[in-house]
Design a protein around this ligand. Structure first.
Ligand code: C5P
Length: 233
């Protein structure tokens, strides 16, 4: 059964991407293709991925520009019919609204505060409030502007859920299964199940599933199934 997992297809090899999808699609609802993928393989690459799965596509382009330009960029990917397309919430209300108007059948997804930014970084950029308060304010503004999904840190799920209500989808990376050895760059993590229990609609997962590829397709299927079953139980 497909779980609310967004698999981060972080590979530079299109054949590998296709095999990952074949190995996991019974358990994964959405495949996330990032800027690197899109700049390398373009529309043709996205179409190839769409050709091997009936799961949805999350186009993680994190657009951020003046409203006219973002609207035009969103229109340029319209034919790919992504289920989700990311924009930076800090691009503002009019920019988000331009993307929403360009893509009525896509859930424009606002990225709040990058978790790579520290409180000091935010202060240096000029944010008046801390990461949590800024993320909540950005999420509220984004949903008012028409964004139907929000990307935030697992630690911000509860505050954002109570600020935006039940309808907007909340999507969170930075999740790690129980007992995951760590050893990578995700620091303040939650388990997939805890993130969903806290109010997330989807969890973004990459390496806890994709690293199993080194042991073969079957191992990757098992990794995806184990996480899916844990979320769905
Ligand atoms: O491999 P891992 O599970 O860490 O992959 C998480 C995915 O989510 C990656 O594609 C990463 O770029 C993305 N992401 C993240 N943290 C954010 C925003 C996006 O890990 N704050």
């Amino acid at each position: 059964m497909k779980a609310p997992i967004v698999l981060a297809v972080d590979t530079q090899d299109l054949d590998t991407a296709q095999r990952w999808i074949e190995a996991t699609q019974d358990h994964v609802s959405v495949y996330k293709l990032g800027l690197e993928f899109f700049l390398t393989f373009g529309h043709e690459g996205v179409r190839r991925i769409k050709g091997v799965t009936d799961s949805d596509i999350f186009l993680d382009l994190k657009l951020h520009d003046i409203p006219h330009t973002v609207g035009a960029a969103a229109t340029a990917v319209q034919s790919l019919k992504p289920r989700f397309l990311t924009v930076h919430a800090s691009g503002g209300r009019a920019m988000i609204s331009a993307a929403v108007q360009a893509l009525p059948t896509t859930d424009v997804t606002a990225v709040t505060i990058l978790t790579s930014l520290s409180e000091e970084d935010l202060f240096e950029i000029g944010f008046a409030n801390n990461a949590l308060e800024s993320a909540v304010a950005l999420a509220k503004m984004s949903t008012e502007a028409g964004a139907r999904a929000i990307v935030c840190s697992p630690l911000e799920i509860a505050a954002i859920r109570s600020a935006v209500g039940n309808e907007p989808q909340i999507i969170t990376p930075g999740v790690r299964p129980e007992g995951s050895s760590g050893g990578d760059d995700q620091k303040r993590t939650m388990t997939p199940r805890a993130a969903i229990a806290a109010g997330a609609s989807y969890v973004v997962i990459g390496r806890p599933i994709t690293q199993a590829w080194a042991q073969g397709a079957q191992a990757m299927t098992t990794a995806a199934r184990t996480i899916a079953e844990d979320i769905l139980q």
